[in-house]
Write a protein that binds this ligand. Sequence first.
Ligand SMILES: [Zn+2]
Ligand SMILES: [Zn+2]
Length: 419
Amino acid sequence: MEIKAIRGFNDILPDEIGKWQFVEDTAREVFEGFGFSEIRIPIIERTELFSRGIGEVTDIVEKEMYTFTDKSGNSLTLRPEATASIARAYIEHQLYTFDPVAKLYCIGPMFRYEKPQKGRYRQFYQIDAEVFGVENPMVDAEIILMLIHFLKKVGLEKLELQINSLGCRACRPRYREELKNFLTKRSFQLCEDCQRRLHTNPLRIFDCKVETCQEAIADAPRVVDYICDECHKHFNKVKEYLGMAGLTFILNPRMVRGLDYYTRTAFEVVSYQLGAQNAVTGGGRYDNLFQEIGGLDVPGIGFAIGMERLISLLPKEKEFFRYPHLFVAALSEEAYREAYQLVNQLHLQGIRTELDYEGKSLKSQMRRANKLKARYVLILGEEELKRGRAALRNMEDKSQEEIPISDILNVIKGKVKGV
Ligand SMILES: [Zn+2]
Ligand SMILES: [Zn+2]
């Protein structure tokens, strides 16, 4: 019986990997330039980290976590997101003793037990960035600027930044009550899940996809109308700093974000690139998360980008696959010895070189070079070899020249520079 991958788990094959590497390299370059450092955290954590950090009454914790008991009887969970783990690491290793401000990013797989759909997997990849230890709204604008700069740099266009304020521990309960009262009068319109959410976490009803729920909440009170003076001041400063950074934005009062730990600034970036509206990424401030998982009073803000979505929006015309710079075709026993030496030297110099391993005819070797889309083919023929020369063919314009074997390394290096 053929063994196949588990449902919802996906291979990323060589013809796709160029896009992934490009996105990851660009993220590293941009984030490091903004003063962020990479952190790598375990894929498995104790379940309570997520139930306390993300919140018991969220879809993630209630339905979507990959939780299992290990041989020692511990309840463990494959990480459904990165923020809680990064915060745990910050507390555990007391990163704040070196400097209270930590700017961290993380790239890797996350796991959620969702219904697999096209382009949505149970193992999916995220790029996360977090700033811990700064309450100043300046950093809210700074991290948003970094995010937009990154998205533009990978080639995304027609981006729209949406922002909202979700209030804080002091003012959100009042809004929650107001929303609850409003929706209680319409509870007959709500789906079964939302009937329950009405009592546990009414803000989550904004995220429900059921049409009647959307109708029920359409003219609900807006959280920005209920935030306290401190939250108001903070939000106004965020807007001011975004303006100073040259960023335009729109206010989206319905954006409340799915996770319990968000406070104050929430943001999303939407792309209108493919005609339709696509939420590319979102994030926000979470000044209560640290108290939930470690009893520390540390403010935080961050975002997560779903890589599958991002990659589907990359410009179609851009070439990501790395073709061989050179294919070496050898036509005799002696030529194969020469080819072997040459290919080794080129590989050591980082020049992508391919050769034939099976002693095939020139025609068949050329066919393979063509299929692999090699930029050049070096033909080592018996006659030419005796004269210390070889033929170099440009596969794009089909021109051919003879070069001395002693010069090959230099000639090829010169030609493929920048390819
Ligand atoms: Zn407040
Ligand atoms: Zn609903």
